[in-house]
Every structure is written in C-alpha cells, then in structure tokens.
Design a protein around this ligand. Structure first.
Ligand code: IMP
Ligand code: MG
Length: 404
C-alpha cells in the first residue's frame, strides 16, 4: 500500500475503537428499521401502521436488548476460546479482528437498561445509539462485572484525574470518590507516563489536591498505605504514608528480574535514536519546541505560549515509532531491544522506556491481584487490555495517538 494510505489509516485507527463501532453498527439496524418518527396527529392511518408510542418504545428496548444479549454471547464464546488458548478462533475475533482480551464477561443488556432508564436511548427516533452511549454502556457493564472481585484499581493521570498538564485540584469531585475506594479496602494507584525519577516532591505537587483531600478526610495509616503512584509508565513507584506524603520505593523491592536487567546501554541507545528522530522532526517542521531528555524518557515540549498542531505531534510519534522499530529489528539494534512507547500527549510528544501494561503487571505482582481483579480507568491504550480490564472514563475521549 502507498504511504498515504498507511498514514491515513494510522491516524484514523487510533480515533476509532473498532469494538464500539461494531456495536454501533449492530444497533443501527433496529434504529433504522423500527425507531420511526411519531406520525402526525392528524393522520390516523399512519398511527395504525406504527402502533402506539409506548408499545413502539418497548419494542425498541427489546430489540436493543436482544442485540446486546447476542453480543454478550459472542464475548462469552471469545472468553472460552481464550481459555483454550485459541482466541483467534472465536466468532468475535472474525467480526472484530482487533478485539483484545476479556478478563470478565460483560453484562451489556443490564447496563443498557440502566443507561436507558437514565438517558432514554430507545426513545430517540432521530439520533441512533452513539459512540458515547456505547462507551458508557461498556464502562458500566465492565464495572458491574468486576465490582465483586475488584482488588486493584489504577488510574491514568493527565486527562483522566486532572486536566492535561494541570495538578489535581482539591475541590475535584474525584477526591471523595478516591477516598471511598480506599475505604473499601481497594488498592488504588495512579499510573502515569509523567516521569520524575525518584522525585516524590514533584508527584506530590501534581497530586497536591488529592493528598490534601486525604488529610481533610483524616484517612488512617491503613488506608493511606493502599494508595500508590507509579510514574514513568512503570519506572518509579511511590506509596502514600500516614503523614500524607509519598515515599519512594526502591526498585529492588518490587521490580521483577526482567526489568531490573534492563541495561543502561540499551536505554541510552533507544533514547539516542528517538532523540535524533525527534530533533529531525523539530527541524523539518520548524517546531518551536524544546527536546527534553530524562533518564528513561525523551520528549518534545512546546516553548511557552505555543500550541503545536495535532497532525505535527502525530507525525513526530509515528515517524519516531517507525524509526525505533526499524532500529530495534536491525542487526546492530536488536541487542538494545526493550519495550518502549511513543505517544502524543495532547501538547507534547514522549518516548518512554517501558509502558503502562508492564506498569500494571508490576503492581499486580506486588499487590497480589490478578488481571480479573484489576480495573484500569482512563487510558486509550489497547495493549493494556492484555493485562487488565479497561474502561475509558476520563475527561478525554480517546483521541490521542499512542503506539507501544
Ligand atoms: P498520563 O496521562 O498521566 O500518563 O501523563 C502523560 C503526560 O505526562 C504527557 O502528556 C506529558 O505532558 C507528561 N509528562 C511529563 N513527563 C513525562 C515523561 O517523562 N514521559 C511521558 N510523559 C511525561
Ligand atoms: Mg492521560
């Protein structure tokens, strides 16, 4: 295929969730065929054909429910195939080739009925079930399914708990919700790409509103210690103390052997290649940006007061991702292979060593939770679904590009 196609595809694919699009397509049929506009009052003959309003609405609910029950069955079959080690043979995989792992079944019908009782989706005759409706239905279904066994809940930071680049505000509604989760004896962890190596103070600043909220709620030691921050995707772990400050946990205490064995020369080689490519992007597109290098990350950050267009940020991500994949598969580069991720953070672009899937898996091991007992809230990263249940429930819709 031509590069134009590849670029268009790559840029579009991240904005669409193929599973949501599939469900949307399925629900479109009853909407088109049956959710008819209300006939004019002065035309009784049309009323005869359409039946009364209430019965038509009940029929619409029943039709949407039927479809969602069938999708539940597809998911259940996919889980059975997953458990037998042949997920590629499920019907759902054939219908939605990009479908990932399911760690729980999803009660979509029950979730739709809840959503419908609040938002009257089936009463709509001109606007079919939308991307956002389905995203909410999936989120609620996932939460219903996992609630009885939930042990670990992880949250993305920017654009989920707080605005992009901003700090957690104390009057944020999320403060009380997170306090409640901790009081339910759950482990709660913010898993953020933001990497401030070993710097508890910087994370305390970003989470200042939340930590003050813990203090105001007089959260006891037991509950404070259930709150963690994992920064740099999977690289720096902190635990909240009873004095409402974060304590850095040395890597040797929680990092698995595979990660402790990441060598400095591998990290340096990956960051060097990424830096060279990012610098070339900055020069070629004349971006008013600074290239910022950290011990496990490299990024480009706009100069104060400047906004870089999404297309330019995406160009930086895709070209750097492409360059790194080529390098790490080349004879000279394969000895440096490590997991990395490149993403458009909305205002900036970053390449980090490691990724959030590894981060969540590290936490699972450290805190004794399985993927079935874990929920990650807010990230658009598809790869995370391999290791945890994921719901999008942030300030953002999944519109940024992330490539791991
Ligand atoms: P997250 O959404 O909580 O994962 O945070 C991502 C944002 O953190 C990025 O968009 C950046 O603005 C910011 N950030 C700060 N330092 C780093 C870093 O070292 N790597 C990646 N992102 C960083
Ligand atoms: Mg985010």
């Amino acid at each position: 295929m031509t590069s134009m196609y590849t670029i268009n595809y790559a840029l579009r694919a991240h904005k669409r969730d193929p599973f949501i699009e599939f469900i949307k397509g399925m629900l479109m049929t009853p909407f088109v065929l049956h959710a008819k506009p209300i006939p004019p009052k002065d035309d009784p003959s049309e009323k005869e054909h359409n039946g009364d309003d209430k019965s038509q609405m009940d029929e619409n609910v029943a039709r949407y429910c039927d479809i969602l029950s069938s999708i539940e069955e597809l998911i259940e079959e996919h889980i059975r195939k997953q458990n037998k080690g042949v997920p590629d043979q499920s019907r759902l995989k054939r219908l939605v080739p990009s479908i990932s792992t399911f760690h729980t079944r999803l009660p979509l019908r029950e979730s739709f009925l809840l959503a419908n009782s609040k938002h009257s989706i089936a009463a709509r005759r001109f606007v079919p079930p939308s991307f956002n409706d389905i995203r909410r239905i999936l989120t609620t279904a996932q939460i219903i399914a996992i609630a009885p066994k939930l042990k670990l809940i992880t949250f993305d930071g920017d654009m989920t708990l707080y605005d992009d680049g901003e700090d957690f505000e104390q009057d944020s509604k999320s403060v009380n919700l997170l306090v409640q989760l901790l009081k339910y004896d759950l482990n709660v962890c913010v898993v953020t790409a933001a990497g401030y190596p070993g710097d508890a103070k910087r994370y305390e600043e970003r989470l200042s509103g939340l930590l003050k909220g813990f203090q105001t709620a007089q959260l006891s030691k037991k509950f404070c210690e259930r709150f963690f921050v994992l920064g740099g995707e999977c690289n720096y772990l902190f635990q909240c103390q009873e004095n409402y400050h974060l304590k850095y946990i040395p890597e040797s205490e929680y990092q698995p052997e595979e990660i402790l064995s990441w060598r400095d020369d591998q990290i340096k080689a990956i960051l060097d290649v990424a830096q060279e490519n990012l610098q070339r992007c900055v020069d070629d597109m004349k971006l008013p940006c600074t290239v910022l290098r950290k011990s496990r990350a490299i990024g480009i950050v706009p100069k104060p007061g400047v906004k870089i267009f999404r297309e330019q940020l995406d160009e930086c991500v895709l070209s750097t991702q492409h360059r790194l994949v080529n390098y790490l598969n080349s004879p000279s580069g394969k000895q440096h292979k490590l997991p990395f991720c490149a993403f458009n953070g909305g205002r900036d672009v970053w390449v980090d060593i490691g990724n959030k899937l590894i981060g969540v898996q590290i936490l699972q091991k450290y805190l004794g939770a399985t993927p079935e007992e874990t929920l990650h809230v807010g990230d658009q990263e598809m790869t995370l679904r391999l290791g945890a249940n994921v719901v999008h429930y942030g300030l953002s819709t999944p519109k940024k590009l992330k490539a791991c």
